[in-house]
Design a protein around this ligand. Structure first.
Ligand SMILES: [Fe+2]
Length: 302
């Protein structure tokens, strides 16, 4: 595995916060069996309407800047799905044909997802995994992502099995290597498909360079890349000048992952890491381009 020590050598200064770039093989998990088992499931993920709703609001606010305040009033309720598109009709109707075409384009689903959360308890170096069911998903961050999003729970046959539990234990093991005394970790997994079409880029990180609001993350364990270019995973360090400097980048192949400290680590380690993934576009424009990943948030509970 590549660690922050290797990256420090490359960038010529010390990155203190933990980073691990590796693959299922580093976990001694059979990559072929793992990918074969999880790949088909991504065909049946649910559409992420939150992403579309957010983009629609931003677009309307840009076009009707004089009404930005009135539009913003509906932002949260529309985003959370407690009101329908009807609240935006009065602006949508006033779009000219060019603008309407753009609006329809950004209304197309480019992300699908489902979620599953777990607690991993550690007793004398033995790991015990238990699934927990959350009602909603809220991120501890400063933008719209703090609003409540309810994502479909991943089916039990997908995530309640030895293969997935083994992965969760290995991930908890990564955190335990850094914090040997921990007893309990919460891990939330996000199964995500990003879709791009000829004129529509697929964005897995529409918020730009960001943090996820967890102590540690596996920003992506890649399951599938199909007919795409792009999706370069990037790690940034926020420096004293408040700029974010790129310290590592890699296009992850299926079976590969990046694990890194995410939020609050600047107080523990003295380095503030952020991350991003570049958009995808299809290579053959006649077909959709697809990237499937599992992302993980990890928080130490005890
Ligand atoms: Fe992220």
């Amino acid at each position: 595995m590549i660690t922050e020590k290797d990256i420090s050598k490359t960038v010529g200064r010390t990155i203190k916060s933990p980073i691990r770039v590796g693959g299922l093989r580093d976990f001694k998990i059979n990559q072929v069996s793992f990918l074969d088992f999880f790949k088909p499931f991504f065909e049946s993920l649910e559409d992420d309407h939150y992403l579309v709703r957010g983009k629609q609001i931003v677009f309307l606010k840009t076009i009707f800047s004089e009404d930005a305040e009135s539009i913003e009033k509906f932002h949260k309720s529309y985003f959370e799905g407690t009101v329908s598109t009807d609240v935006l009709t009065r602006w949508i109707e006033r779009l000219n044909s060019d603008q309407k075409q753009k609006f329809d384009q950004l209304s197309m689903i480019t992300r699908q997802r489902s979620i599953a959360s777990f607690e991993v308890e550690i007793w004398d170096d033995t790991f015990f995994v238990e699934r927990i069911l959350h009602k909603g998903f809220e991120q501890d961050v400063d933008d719209f992502r703090v609003w409540k999003r309810v994502f479909t729970q991943a089916p039990s046959q997908l995530v309640e099995n030895d293969l997935f539990f083994e992965l969760l234990k290995k991930m908890a093991g990564l955190v335990k290597e850094i914090h040997p005394d921990i007893r309990k970790i919460q891990i939330t997994s996000h199964f995500m498909r990003t879709i791009s079409r000829e004129t529509i880029k697929g964005e897995n990180a529409p918020e730009g360079i960001h943090e996820d609001g967890a102590q540690y993350i596996m920003s992506a364990l890649v399951i599938n890349r199909q007919n795409i270019e792009g999706a370069e995973s990037q790690i940034y360090e926020k420096t004293n000048s408040a700029d974010k400097e790129l310290v590592y980048k890699k296009i992850l192949d299926p079976g590969e992952f990046i694990f890194q400290a995410d939020t609050g680590e600047e107080f523990t380690f003295g380095n503030d890491l952020w991350h991003y993934v570049t958009p995808i576009a299809p290579i053959d424009v006649l077909k959709p381009g697809i990237r499937d990943i599992i992302g993980f948030d990890m928080d130490i509970l005890e």
